[in-house]
Design a protein around this ligand. Sequence first.
Ligand SMILES: NC(=O)c1ccc[n+]([C@@H]2O[C@H](COP(=O)([O-])OP(=O)(O)OC[C@H]3O[C@@H](n4cnc5c(N)ncnc54)[C@H](OP(=O)(O)O)[C@@H]3O)[C@@H](O)[C@H]2O)c1
Length: 220
Amino acid sequence: MNRPSTRLVLALSLDGRLAPPQGGAAQIGGHGDRLVLEEALAWSDAALLGAATLRCHGSTCLLRQPQLLAARQAGARPPQPVAIVASRSGSFADGLPFFNQPLRRWLLAPESVAAAAAQGRGFERGVPMVGWSASLAALADLGIARLVVLGGAVIAGELLAAGLLDELQLTLSPQLLGGPHSWLPAGLAVPEGRWRLLEQRLLDDGDLLLRYGCPAAGAG
Ligand SMILES: NC(=O)c1ccc[n+]([C@@H]2O[C@H](COP(=O)([O-])OP(=O)(O)OC[C@H]3O[C@@H](n4cnc5c(N)ncnc54)[C@H](OP(=O)(O)O)[C@@H]3O)[C@@H](O)[C@H]2O)c1
């Protein structure tokens, strides 16, 4: 099935946590991490995030770097990737800043919820969630060739378990957070094999970018 190329982008502590022990919004990466996040957004046609992440942060990341915006403009691409929120409930607090960001917003949700989203409620389009494979194929049909996945752990885990993540772009930040919020849900069955290192870059404040490509099928 045709589907977008996918890249998971996360900032992690050295002990693999994506949020502090108490949960909620985390500021894990530094300035350099923000720049590489924007590079990934500039690469993408759409950025997918889980509803819980959106509820925690209230908004999503915008591309702001002038040279990245100029490159997209030169390529006749919209300034920002489409923001796609995955949600089963479709329920968000009124007045979430996200709904005032200068973005196209799509909701990936069960059919009835997605249909309601298409009739207002702050989303321009509802995309039916009919399983990750088929829904990613539907996104490809809508012109999404490159998809950045912004987390959180639940969404990352579902896509990884389904073998639908092509790249992992992880910023390792030199701090230990402890607590239960690993970047993948505990007990997840993940595909086997060694990921291929595609890029390593030292960012500022000791942050380290690591980008890996998924193991070739059948590689052990
Ligand atoms: N460090 C980082 O780079 C980073 C990045 C992202 C997030 N985070 C952190 O991660 C935490 C949030 O992550 P999380 O793992 O709790 O949640 P999440 O992955 O952001 O979102 C989970 C939600 O996604 C929706 N969902 C899940 N599976 C779905 C499916 N198959 N179809 C449709 N919708 C689906 C559900 O929304 P409904 O509840 O609406 O049904 C579910 O509650 C926060 O603490 C955030 O700060 C950190």
